[in-house]
Design a binder for this molecule. Sequence first.
Ligand code: ADP
Ligand code: MG
Length: 420
Amino acid sequence: SYRKGGYHAVRVADTFAGGRYIAQRKLGWGQFSTVWLAYDSRTSKYVALKIQKSAPEFAQAAIHEIEVVSALTQNDPENKKCVIRLVDHFKHTGPNGRHFCMVFEFLGDSILQLIKYNRYKGLPLNRVKDICRCILTALDYIHRQLGIIHTDLKPENILLVSTINPSNDPIRSKTGPILSKPVGSMNNGGGCVVNAIEKKLKQRARRAVARITARRASLGGVRPVRKENRCLDGIDFRCKVVDFGNTCWDNRPKADEIQTRQYRAPEVILQSGYTYSADMWSFACTAFELATGEVMFAPKTGQNFSEDEDHLALMMEILGKIPRKIVIGGLRSKDYFNRYGDLKRIRRLKHVPLARLLTDKYKFSANDARELADFLIPILDFAPEKRPTAPQCLRHPWLNKSFESGVQKLDSEMSKLQIK
Ligand code: ADP
Ligand code: MG
């Protein structure tokens, strides 16, 4: 793809925008672009420099993304809405053509990397809640204030807010930005952040345990600390939604097919029209994945059925039968369903309600399972207009009510802390 119309090849120390940005190392890439960590010599900060492929269709997509992220940044002067911020944009001409470039604030690992880091076991529920609050804040903002649908919400597109600022790193400031060694093991898009989180969390966990033990002792009786595999408690998680290249305005013409397969809403599969609530579906799938470590729906093509049909079957196995009104409402409905509202080519479905799936397969306590299912089931309504909106979800007890009290809470805090 490094040819005319394609990616722009970058080498470390290449400069952009008249020398303002200095390339440091590659952070990642997508279908449309490569993304580099760059040093902003004007502000002495690190930024993420996204260099778009140069062909006209990519330039067009970049213009759209710049329009959207500019609006996102301008309408959030206080930086409270959990969306990526655009710092600058310009064009850069190289051997493969003219490339649109976007300069974003530098963020950390994606929450997909966080899930991997936690060995696909799922994150502690308090951390899941932190992340859910951030995503919902972003969705509320982009839906209500800007009128846009993200259309590609998934763990890969939620990035952690860096807990360290590389420009404050002493090694770096002594030797200058270009030659200094990257912080930590920054080899694949900021492993540094997770390393920093781990270090910080171990410190905090030790301190917290000491504090809690003292408090428990004063309440009478000291319990031993249970060792756990999960080790992400005690850190204040913040994250931001990124990748606005595929977004659409709700009031403008839309693409038929949106969303990454596993996070795709039923109305998109059936082609019955979609709106903001399609993002809510993807949000629920993302929340499930954070809590369990596994993708909620992973459809496959079979010998006599399509990936779409398998996907609908998987949905019905967890969520029950699709109401008739929805089944018949899509352009693709007749391809998949008979007139009784049953799938034509996949017959025997094994119904396992969400709460039971969480206890049986993922070993949640009955209480945790019930509470999470209570939060997710309404968002996974087959009827898009019945799904709660982002602000409604933010008010749900799962994200607000503290179910525990006093000693009970101390116990559960203790049990979640990990000491190695
Ligand atoms: P594309 O639109 O080509 O898919 P993305 O915007 O998704 O490009 O970025 C590609 C990758 O670059 C991301 O998956 C991520 O690893 C990395 N990346 C993007 N933006 C940032 C950022 N602000 N900070 C750190 N890494 C980023
Ligand atoms: Mg992407």
